[in-house]
Design a protein around this ligand. Structure first.
Ligand code: AMP
Ligand code: MG
Length: 407
């Protein structure tokens, strides 16, 4: 059986990247994937700016200032944030011995190279006394100190979060090109499934996976559609065909194992899907199938909720990355020290839900059965135990973070 990493890369190799973009107003771009490189069209700030309430002065004028011999400067004007520097000030031949009263955010007139904060002065109105020297460019934001005009600020494929929106706003960008929403179809298969809000009949269960994946995918970057079908070959086939016509990615849950009503493998064969892998060396989720149907990637997950959700986490981020260039949904692997005992080795690689914090990982719930969803509560990672492992508390283990962007 394949390793998950090989299965992921075999599937990802089949993916054609999404090339279409759309224009989106800045505020609506939050949560979308950037479809273009952004180069700064202006410098931020675009004028030299005071970082303090105080006095703009020439550092050379106060070089010899001391408590015993304060330097007295003539105050020419007072500038507030948003004020244009008066023409008279610009035209002055020499500013020697002069200062300008200035507030935070106001433009520092040319000729002054440092801002003395008002606490370090006598707060004079016509003249101001300064009793210590100050280096040039103190309390002084240079042009482009934040972003210099022409800098490549954001790259195509970046996830647009609040910081990116803020930076774009500081550049005055009113709209951006974003990757068009990724269309994801989730098809739940199983005659026992009932939607929440309905009463369960005997032997029925609620479709908990659909809700889990909906919570993960109901994000601005995606357009997820959900369909539920009974274990019926024709219905599964028709639903898959419909999904293939309208979606970029298709995920199915259930019916992928070896039971008599596990119809996915048969339907895939009849539809002429190209099976990329079938069966993975991992517990839970060993029956997972990856396929391509008319150029669309198909990921068929087990119906066991833990198996479905864990494998969704392992594949989905890579599929999104291959489609859009965005890495925000890719699970990250790291090391952590095991804080719990866990002595249930398996003859396959095993993923165990756990919680990692400050490099220490705790198994919150010993019940790790693939049918159990509730052990996910509080978990933020999977411990990746190799086949036939033996570990003890205190050992270093590999963990895979559940991508925050999918939680
Ligand atoms: P299957 O993969 O179809 O053999 O299903 C494995 C187990 O998962 C069975 O007990 C199913 O009833 C259950 N199951 C299948 N689909 C879902 C679902 N969407 N939500 C919750 N449980 C499911
Ligand atoms: Mg089933």
């Amino acid at each position: 059986m394949m390793q998950i990493e090989d299965a992921v890369s075999a599937l990802v190799d089949q993916i054609n990247p999404l090339t279409s973009c759309e224009v989106c107003s800045l505020i609506n771009a939050a949560g979308r994937i950037l479809g273009e490189d952004i180069t700064a069209g202006i410098s931020v700030p675009s004028f030299p700016k005071s970082a303090m309430d105080g006095y703009a002065v020439r550092s050379s004028d106060i070089a010899r200032a001391s408590a015993e011999k304060p330097v007295k400067l003539q105050v020419l004007d007072c500038l507030y944030a948003g004020d244009k520097v008066p023409e008279a000030l610009i035209q002055m031949r020499s500013l020697e011995g002069c200062a300008v009263r200035i507030m935070t955010g106001a433009a520092v007139p040319e000729g002054f190279d440092t801002v003395v904060k008002q606490e370090d002065t006598d707060l004079g109105e016509d003249t101001v006394s300064i009793c210590k020297p100050q280096k040039p460019f103190m309390n002084y934001c240079k042009v482009g100190e934040d972003i210099a005009e022409g800098t490549l600020v954001l790259k195509r494929g970046m996830f647009i979060g609040r910081s990116e929106i803020g930076v774009l706003a500081s550049l005055g960008v009113p709209e951006v090109r974003v990757v068009r929403k990724l269309r994801i179809a989730i098809i739940s298969t199983g005659s026992e499934l009932v939607d929440v809000g309905w009463k369960l009949d005997e032997a029925q269960i609620y479709n908990s996976i659909e809700y889990t994946l909906a919570a993960a995918l109901n994000k601005p970057a995606f357009e997820a559609v959900f369909m539920s079908v009974p274990d019926d070959e024709d219905e599964i086939r028709n639903t898959l065909k419909k999904a293939e016509e309208t979606s970029d990615i298709i995920i199915t849950t259930g019916g992928v194992s070896v039971g008599e009503r596990d119809l996915l493998p048969k339907v895939l064969e009849k539809l002429g899907a190209q099976v990329v892998f079938s069966g993975v060396n991992v517990k839970p989720g060993s029956p997972t199938v990856g396929a391509v149907l008319n150029g669309k990637v198909l990921l068929c997950l087990s119906g066991n909720p833990y198996a479905a959700v864990a494998n969704f986490d392992l594949y989905m981020g890579h599929i999104i990355a291959a489609k859009t260039g965005c890495l925000a949904f890719v699970p990250v692997r790291e090391k952590a020290v095991l804080e719990s005992e866990f002595n249930k080795p398996a003859n396959v690689r095993r993923l165990v839900r756990a919680r990692v914090s400050s490099g220490r990982v705790t198994i919150l719930n010993k019940n790790q059965m693939s049918s159990v969803l509730s052990s996910f509560i509080g978990a933020n990672c999977y411990i990746d135990f190799p086949q036939d492992f033996t570990v003890s508390k205190g050992d270093e283990v590999d963990i895979i973070r559940i991508p925050e962007a999918l939680q």
